[in-house]
Design a protein around this ligand. Structure first.
Ligand code: SF4
Ligand code: MG
Length: 322
C-alpha cells in the first residue's frame, strides 16, 4: 500500500524557563523520537494515557505545534520545511477533528457558518455555493440539511461531533487527524460516530490518524495501532496482532485491564506500580523501567530501539532482543 504520511524521528521539546532572567532550566520531552508511517486509505490508531504525547504528535503533523526536530513527509513533501503560504495550502489536505468541535468556535456562530468557515479561509466558492455545500455536508453526516441555521447549544454532543466532521470534510482533505473525537460521548453514540467515520472513509477515500485513550474505541476503528508511553512509541502493529499478541510489557498491562467478552481469552490483570513519571524528568534508558514488571539492569542504562519483530510488528523493549 502507498504511503501517505511518514513521520521520522519526531521530537517536540518545550523549554522550562526559570529564575529572574527566564533562562532555560530544563525541557519537557513531550514527544521524543517517534517514527511511523500512515498508508493511504487506512486508519492508524494512536493510543496511550493522557500526557503520553499522542495529541502533540497529531498537532505536530499539522504544525499546530512546531516540531523541535524530525521530519513529517506528506505525499513526498517535508511539511517541516514548508513556508507559510505553502503550509496553508497543505492544511486543506490535512484536517483535524477535535474532542469538542465547538470549544474553539464562537458560540454565537451557527453550525452552517462553522462548516463554511474552512471554505472561506481557503477562498472556495461564493456565499451561495458555500450555503449549498453546507447543506450537502450536513446531510452527508446524517443531519438535517436545514439545521445549518441552528446554534451549537441546540445540538446534542453526537450531533456536534457530526458538525465537526462536516467542517473537516468541507475542503475535501486526504488525511484527517481525529484527536479523541468520541471521548466526550455516551457509548451508544460513540459507535454511531465511529460508524459514520468508517462510512465516510470509504466514500471519500480518506486516511485517518485516530488518537484516543480508550483501547476498545481504537480497536473498533483502526487498521493498525501504535501505543505511546511518556513521549515515545513503544509498540506498533496490525490491529488484531497488537490486541491478540502484544509484545511490549506496557501494552500487555494496558490490555490486561480491558474486559473481554470471551472468558477463554481472559488475561491476568497486570497492575503497574507507581505513576507515570514526569516528561520533564523522564527515566534513563527505557522510560518504562520504573514501572515494568520485567525490568533488567540494561533497561536502566540503554534506551531500547524500536525494531521490527516480524510481520510489521514493531516494539521497543530489551526483552525482545534476546
Ligand atoms: Fe521493561 Fe526493560 Fe522492556 Fe523497558 S526495555 S519494557 S523496562 S523489559
Ligand atoms: Mg477502516
Amino acid at each position: 500500500p502507498e504511503k501517505l504520511l511518514e513521520v521520522n524521528h519526531l521530537k517536540k521539546y518545550y523549554p522550562i524557563r526559570g529564575g529572574v532572567f527566564g533562562r532555560k532550566v530544563g525541557e519537557v520531552k513531550a514527544v521524543d523520537d517517534v517514527s511511523f508511517t500512515v498508508r493511504k486509505g487506512e486508519t492508524l490508531g494512536i493510543v496511550g494515557e493522557s500526557g503520553c504525547g499522542k495529541s502533540t504528535t497529531g498537532r505536530s503533523i499539522l504544525r499546530l505545534e512546531e516540531p523541535t526536530s524530525g521530519s513529517i513527509t506528506f505525499e513526498g513533501e517535508d511539511l517541516t520545511s514548508l513556508s507559510g503560504e505553502k503550509m496553508r495550502r497543505m492544511r486543506r489536505e490535512i484536517q483535524m477533528v477535535f474532542q469538542d468541535p465547538f470549544a474553539s468556535l464562537n458560540p454565537r456562530k451557527t453550525a452552517g457558518l462553522a462548516i463554511a468557515e474552512p471554505l472561506e479561509v481557503h477562498g472556495l466558492g461564493d456565499r451561495r455555493e458555500r450555503g449549498e455545500k453546507v447543506k450537502e455536508l450536513l446531510s452527508v453526516v446524517g443531519l438535517d440539511p436545514y439545521h445549518g441555521e441552528r446554534y451549537p447549544h441546540q445540538f446534542s454532543g453526537g450531533q456536534r461531533q457530526r458538525i465537526g466532521i462536516a467542517r473537516a470534510l468541507a475542503v475535501q482533505p486526504k488525511l484527517i487527524i481525529a484527536d479523541e473525537p468520541v471521548s466526550a460521548l455516551d457509548v451508544s453514540i460513540q459507535s454511531q460516530v465511529l460508524n459514520l467515520m468508517e462510512d465516510l472513509q470509504e466514500k471519500y477515500d480518506l486516511t485517518y490518524v485516530f488518537i484516543a485513550h480508550d483501547l476498545s474505541v481504537v480497536r473498533h476503528i483502526s487498521d493498525r495501532v501504535g501505543v505511546m508511553y511518556l513521549g515515545g512509541m513503544v509498540e506498533l502493529a496490525d490491529r488484531d496482532e497488537l490486541y491478540d499478541h502484544p509484545l511490549h510489557p506496557y501494552t500487555q498491562a494496558l490490555l490486561s485491564a480491558v474486559p473481554t467478552p470471551d472468558p477463554e481469552a481472559k488475561r491476568e490483570r497486570i497492575i503497574l506500580s507507581g505513576d507515570v513519571p514526569s516528561p520533564a524528568d523522564p527515566p534513563s534508558g527505557c522510560t518504562f523501567h520504573t514501572r515494568c514488571p520485567h525490568v533488567m539492569d540494561i533497561c536502566r542504562e540503554i534506551r531500547p530501539s524500536f525494531k521490527n519483530y516480524g510481520g510489521n510488528h514493531f516494539a521497543a523493549c530489551h526483552l525482545l532482543e534476546k
